[in-house]
Write a protein that binds this ligand. Sequence first.
Ligand code: PMP
Length: 455
Amino acid sequence: MRDDAPNSWESRADASSFYGFTDLPSVHQRGTVVLTHGKGPYIYDVHGRAYLDANSGLWNMVAGFDHPGLIEAAKAQYERFPGYHAFFGRMSDQTVMLSEKLVEASPFARGRVFYTNSGSEANDTMVKMLWFLGAAEGHPERRKIITRVNSYHGVTAVSASMTGKPYNSLFGLPLPGFIHVGCPHYWRFGQAGETEAAFTQRLARELEATIIKEGPDTIAGFFAEPVMGAGGVIPPSEGYFQAIQPVLKRYGIPLIADEVICGFGRTGNTWGCQTYGFMPDAIISSKNITAGFFPMGAVILGPELADRLQAASEAVEEFPHGFTASGHPVGCAIALKAIDVVMNEGLAENVRALTPKFEAGLAHLAENPNIGEWRGKGLMGALEAVKDKATKTPFPGDLSVSERIANRCTDHGLICRPLGQSIVLCPPFIMTEAQMDEMFEKLGAALKKVFAEVA
Ligand code: PMP
């Protein structure tokens, strides 16, 4: 609970900071949790309280909060060459090595990498690449971008326009030309009597109808998260990517996998597109790429887009785009180490080893009459709260059920995330079985308590 003294950390945070994605009335009442450090999967606040962070920070601190190898890689690179850009024909050796490593880790036989500071910027960059390509190839009308309702692609003006969340109307977004098609969440959007396979086919038909209505020649690309993350952890319905990819191919529309959350191990494979058996034209990566130890995003272009963009850029001398810190040497050194840690030091294996226990824990909590469904893939999962399980009726929004559950968890030393009416868990890859027991025990107790209050 908050310390109200004027010089307390809570008061100072309240007075000085302008919070985003934060329930302000709740934080004013409860106080910001001001953190000092982390150890393994735990974070510690200024009062010395420990919290098991079952969300890996913001899905990204997959190697925990004190991984010595990552800290060492950062220190060593700061001493060697602490900063540089990737403009004007210059870039650090670390940047070159990381590009090689990313292409090698990608599902592409060959490709090219472009760096940003965040996932939002990587999505913006990809959209600008598609616009640039359309203009350069004599199709300047090819500008529309298709994404899905409930998708999350970021917060910059373009990536927020891609994001399929209602709050973006508060900014007058989406910008024109950003189109949202149906969300592949069968439990919520399947119609009465419709099988999951039929639901998937309907979404593919609706996508095709949208493409035809908008004009196939006006569409630059389709972006999808393999598992929708900030939409509430929504794995695709059965056969979804196999159904939509032929539609996109028919009209020559690139499929871009937004792997900001799924990339580097979260779903049990290096990429979510591998988990779901589809080959995208490009991959957007961020978060796990540095295990959260440095802000970084990357566009990994597959061979066809890489060749076309290279040719289009050479025709006008350059691709006029980039960020001051694109390909930052310290970020690249950390990413090289992070990829090694995740892929070669047993973390990806731990995701696979822990997944059955994680799923069993979610399934057990979903026996609660106020949990409508559990869903997940690898080490990302969600429980959806409902007032009535049979009719899938949600609780009234003003009860803030998921926030109450998350707050209760915080009070008992567990961080999990409320998203709509869901509680999301996205544990770090270093989690042990005992820590997973702690997570489910604390969450189970919070669910019982809060449902007893609101039922
Ligand atoms: N794409 C996806 C799938 C994401 O989950 C996120 C962030 N949660 C982003 C893009 C945006 O990344 P960033 O917050 O680094 O801009």
